[in-house]
Design a protein around this ligand. Structure first.
Ligand SMILES: [Zn+2]
Length: 355
């Protein structure tokens, strides 16, 4: 790959950073990916007839050398170090492309432009997956607000209407590990997975058991998601199962009640089981779901808005339509963290029984 810097500039930078020794990345998953690629290239090369001109095989031979060199660097403890600044290359980018040799700060301007275009497209794709911000289902009214911290987000939420008239509405809200593009890819994965699982019409706890097993099989170590999955039924009946997510809050005239987690985050153990919690909402009562970008929003002094802050805000809002309830919460979070840059994606969803 051609470098944008001249050799002299690079040598100068390297001598400046020589004193700093950063350990290379040793990762069994990336190693496995490299070996898999090496075998694929070898297989491809062996299938090309020897009568073909050398120009046909040359690019694959070059690629094979690159992969071999990456494996050797991992053995030598120098893999995953940026060629320019000698700092580590972002791990999620190495997982996506194990041959990456430059950190985000040292991409060529063409590479940077390409990355920006990809991000814009990813952002459009992600927004296309979101449900309408206002919806109604039988005697339920739902509103959400979503504020990603960057172009793409790791917050996940969805509303899935039942396939037949007797079914209930399924609502989901969660947060995947990590940030940026890698997190947004996991989010789209969750979206597709729950959309297909929900059509199976199984009990809520079973649905999460299945989702967790699938998620474990299809993600790499260290990737997980916390989420609340619920079903809005008839006569104010709500079922909730939570995979390690922040509590759901129920607002009634008696105050605010928390419904805590009923299992571990998705993607940690394939044997995780999820129990279901049942509550009944009266007309005017609401259920509020949120991601930790809301509860962990810091003020200038570094203290969190907190679940208590959120509960105090909504405790005053019984009977408010979901749109006003969500706006009141977002307003309170904004006042709390005035002058502080938004560090994490923020999502709030309110579900109200209106009749
Ligand atoms: Zn660098």
């Amino acid at each position: 790959m051609p470098e944008s810097d001249g050799a002299a500039t690079q040598t100068a930078r390297i001598s400046q950073t020589e004193a700093k020794i950063v350990p290379g990345i040793v990762d069994p998953y990336i190693r496995e990916q490299l070996e898999k690629r090496r075998d694929e290239i070898k297989l491809l090369l062996s299938s090309i007839p020897t009568s073909e001109p050398a120009a046909t095989t040359a690019p694959f031979v070059e690629l094979l050398e690159e992969v071999n060199s990456a494996v050797q660097r991992m053995d030598a403890g120098t893999y995953g170090i940026c060629d320019v600044c000698h700092d580590t290359v972002e791990k999620e980018r190495l997982i996506a492309d194990p041959l990456m040799r430059l950190c985000l700060d040292h991409l060529t301007s063409d590479e940077q432009r390409a990355l920006e275009r990809d991000l814009e497209l990813a952002s459009q794709v992600q927004r296309g997956l979101l449900p309408q911000s206002d919806s109604e289902f039988r005697d339920w009214r739902i509103h959400y607000q979503y504020k990603p911290a960057g172009m793409v987000s790791g917050d996940y939420f969805d509303l899935i209407s039942p396939a037949n008239e007797s079914g209930d509405l399924i609502f989901l809200l969660g947060d995947v590990s990590g940030k940026g593009v890698a997190a947004s890819l996991l989010m789209t994965h969750l979206h597709a997975m729950f959309r297909s699982l929900a059509s199976a019409d199984v009990e809520l706890g079973k649905l999460l058991d299945m989702a967790n097993r699938l998620f474990c099989q299809s993600t790499t170590a260290g990737q997980y998601a916390t989420l609340v999955c619920g079903r809005a039924g008839r006569s104010g009946k709500i079922e909730i199962a939570s995979a390690g997510h922040s509590p759901a809050l129920v607002v009634s005239p008696e105050g605010v009640k928390q419904i805590g987690s009923t299992g571990l985050p998705l993607g940690l153990f394939s044997t995780s089981r999820y129990t279901v919690c049942r509550v009944r909402l009266e007309p005017g009562d609401s259920l509020l779901l949120f991601t930790d970008g809301i509860s962990e929003a810091n003020n200038a002094a570094g203290s969190e808005y907190g679940i208590e802050g959120l509960a105090a805000t909504i405790g005053e809002c019984h009977g408010w339509p979901p749109k006003q309830l969500v706006a009141a919460c977002l307003g309170a979070v904004q006042r709390h963290s005035a002058g502080v840059r938004q560090a994490d994606d923020q999502t709030l969803m309110a579900i109200q029984r209106f009749a």
